[in-house]
Design a binder for this molecule. Structure first.
Ligand SMILES: O=C(O)c1ccc(O)c(O)c1
Ligand SMILES: [Mg+2]
Length: 631
């Protein structure tokens, strides 16, 4: 499998783009003509620059409005093509993409187009180049790969083949199965892009909203499986027109691109086991069974404030690490680790971000295999020296500067809490509040990084994404999307902040990019839980009475029930099947970190999106009214 990416897909000038593309591990590039035109080096020098980066020019594109023109435009188009073939010779590439004609002058007619391509095939042969014909979804007459293939078939020329682009085919819902009858050697090139399902003009959708395979909603895997079935063994190339990518980090977008291709081909291999697909073998997507622990990095002072908050939530400090200043707090199946050690990763995380979640431990089916798959997908393994009596726990670097550890049921790893920790005599008079497990981990990132997070999580773990929802903060929009496994034992919400004045954006800025902004714990009887919390001295976030008036209007709850919610500051939601969701929020801590307590009833599977706006407004009021702990 040879991989490539079009230069349009990422930001920078041509030199910056090439450096990022090479670093991400691609074999080649599609030179988008405008990137070449805007660059001030000769075609020969550009060709050399590409090869000096260890890349090849897999394709030159696009050549527009060629087939089916009347005279004199037809002759002009041939002349134009000759000029570009000369340019390709100098660049050192032998394949050009001709996209279907969009000109109002075009005459149409399948045989006319086939004849033109056949005649151009002769010219191409003189120059030692090949032509690939692609149907644009908005082409004037040709906008379906089945018609483009018919033209290529009738052109019947060795130099003329078909280029398939997932976007054009899937956006128009052309069945993937139609690809299987095309001979693989007549497919000259394959371009891949995904896109979110939005009802929009095709051209606008294509030019602004494409994203990497796996980041959108199109069946790119089905498409690629059909391609694989034709015997195609050429380049697979990303051609992504995306507004955020154009302005994003060239390095990280290129890395995502490479990850998306490895992930895609791994999926294809699993759905088409009989087809030979060259992709490094790797373990399948990892089954996550739950969250084993969440670790905070802190200093002594802030650890005691955090501890006070945990106590009001009903956690007990149960264990201390055998060698380090690391405490374990527990309630139900929840483990919170508070690390104030002056050495190691947690300490450097504290120095960078202040008190923050620096590490998340996941319970997985196979911890070693998780790291192996992560490495195959381009993630970095993590390790630090282990002291006497400590275990080597498989780990990787996550996004946003944190790390992730993986434990499974096998051998020593299952006993890490007994091996590395010694029990403390708690004695404290904290009342257990009935919190049973981590319901979800909520991560905040700049909006333009959301897809990176989405791909990272869904390519590594056996999870799916939920539809994106808009959350209105008084200062701007926050987009929110969840990643979950099938039984809900692993849920992460991604919250993309559009600006730094939103509650989420402010947290990111103040914490220097620390991603985990809140932890939500599950309980099974929120009213009982509140009783225990109150005895522990917990003070919930204060919600506006207006919220409860509206709640009453919307759901018509019984009066006492309504009063109970209002008195206790509990937010409420109900789905169409009658499933119910109860949410209670802690005050904010430090730079806007907080805890949430939720109860799900009757199969409610969402996150209370309808309540988020009112919760955020309350949190912002809280930030204004109460002095935050200073450091
Ligand atoms: O948007 C376009 O014009 C355009 C050009 C070339 C392509 O390969 C393509 O898929 C789209
Ligand atoms: Mg294309």
């Amino acid at each position: 499998m040879k991989t490539a990416i079009a230069t349009v897909s990422i930001s920078g000038d041509l030199r910056e783009k090439l450096a990022a593309i090479a670093a991400a591990g691609f074999d080649g590039v599609e030179i988008f003509e405008n990137d070449f035109l805007a660059f001030d080096a000769s075609p020969r020098d550009v060709g050399k620059m590409v090869r000096d980066h260890g890349l090849e020019i897999s394709l030159f594109q696009p050549f527009r409005d060629f087939e089916g023109m009347p005279e004199p435009q037809r002759s002009r188009a041939f002349e134009r093509a000759r000029r570009k073939f000369n340019l390709m010779n100098e660049l050192g590439t032998d394949l050009v993409l001709i996209c279907s004609n969009v000109s109002p002058l075009a005459l149409g007619g399948i045989d006319r187009a086939a004849n033109d391509l056949n005649a151009l095939g002769d010219v191409a042969k003189e120059h030692g180049v090949r032509i690939g014909y692609e149907a644009l979804a908005w082409g004037r007459y040709i906008n379906d790969h089945r018609d483009a293939w018919e033209i290529v078939r009738r052109a019947d020329h060795d130099q003329v083949g078909l280029i398939l682009d997932t976007f054009h085919s899937l956006a128009r819902k052309v069945p993937n199965e139609s690809i299987r009858s095309i001979p693989g050697n007549k497919i000259f090139f394959v371009q891949l892009a995904d896109a979110p399902m939005i009802d929009m003009d095709l051209l606008y959708w294509s030019r602004h909203f494409r994203n990497m395979p796996g980041e959108g909603d199109l069946d790119v895997t089905g498409f690629m499986s059909a391609i694989a079935a034709t015997g195609y063994d050429g380049v697979i190339s990303l051609e992504i027109f995306n507004d955020q990518f154009r302005g994003g980090s060239a390095r990280s977008i290129s890395q995502d691109g490479h990850r998306s291709l490895v992930y895609l081909m791994d999926q294809v291999r699993r759905t088409e086991p009989d087809i030979k697909i060259e992709v490094p073998s790797m373990p399948p997507r990892v089954e996550v069974e739950g969250i084993e622990f969440v670790e905070f990095a802190a200093n002594e002072q802030e650890a005691s404030e955090l501890g006070a908050m945990l106590s009001t939530l009903g956690f007990a400090k149960t264990k201390r690490h055998i060698a380090k200043a690391v405490d374990l707090w527990q309630q139900g199946d929840i483990r919170i680790v508070v690390n104030t050690d002056q050495t190691g990763f947690a300490h450097s995380s504290y120095l960078t971000h202040g008190t923050n979640v620096c590490d998340i431990g996941l319970k997985v089916s196979d911890a070693k295999a998780t790291v192996e798959r992560a490495k195959a997908l381009g993630a970095a393994p993590f390790s630090q020296p282990v002291g006497p009596g400590e275990l080597e726990i498989p780990a990787i670097r996550g996004l946003g500067g944190g790390i992730m550890h993986f434990v499974d049921r096998s051998g020593d790893l299952a006993k890490v809490w007994e091996t590395e920790f010694t029990p403390l005599s708690t004695g404290a008079n904290v009342i257990n509040a009935g919190l049973t497990r981590v319901d979800h981990v909520a991560e905040t990132m700049p909006y333009e990084d959301m897809l990176t997070w989405l791909l990272f999580n869904t390519s590594l773990f056996d999870t799916h994404k939920t539809p994106m929802v808009d959350v209105v903060d008084p200062a701007g929009l926050v987009r929110s999307q969840a990643i979950e496994n099938a039984d809900g034992s692993f849920r992460v919400t991604l919250n993309g902040a559009e600006n730094a004045r939103t509650f989420a954006g402010r947290f990111l800025e103040e914490s220097f990019g620390s991603p985990v902004q809140h932890l939500a714990f599950e309980c099974h009887d929120i009213f009982k839980t509140v009783e225990a919390l109150t005895s522990n001295g917990f003070k919930p976030l204060v919600i506006s009475p207006n919220y409860y008036d509206d709640l009453d209007a919307r759901f018509g709850l019984e009066e006492d029930r309504m009063e109970m919610l209002k008195q206790r500051g509990i937010l409420y939601d109900r789905d169409d099947q009658g499933g119910e969701y109860f949410q209670l929020y802690s005050p904010t801590y430090a730079e806007g970190f907080f805890f949430e307590i939720v109860e799900r009833k009757g199969g409610y599977s969402g996150y209370g999106a309808a309540n988020a706006q009112f919760r955020i407004a309350a949190q912002k009021r809280h930030l204004r009214h109460y002095a935050m702990p200073k450091r």
